[in-house]
Ligand binder design. Structure first.
Ligand SMILES: [Zn+2]
Length: 89
């Protein structure tokens, strides 16, 4: 397990998520649980009609790439995160 922090620079909020990278696919893409998705959105921006950020109400430079997902069966929205590839220096 490792901890990632998602930032919202508009509201100056941040949300820490416990991420189990061993569950990620070959490209490092890992789905968040629906609970994590909702919790992050609530912490980063409490307002439903605010258009401040991305799938997780993220805004600004992030430690991870964040992708919106949608469950094809239930239609529920969610998100996946992906490790940024390290640059070779
Ligand atoms: Zn907001």
């Amino acid at each position: 397990m490792s901890i990632i922090t998602i930032y919202n620079t508009f509201h100056a909020t941040e949300c820490r998520l416990n991420v189990d990278w061993s569950r990620a696919d070959g490209e490092g893409l890992m789905p968040l649980t629906h609970f994590q998705y909702l919790r992050c959105r609530r912490i980063l921006c409490g307002s439903h009609d605010c258009d401040c950020g991305g799938p997780l109400k993220d805004r600004g430079v992030q430690e991870v790439e964040i992708y919106q997902t949608q469950n094809s069966r239930t239609g529920e929205y969610g998100a996946s995160v992906q490790r940024r590839l390290r640059t070779i220096d």
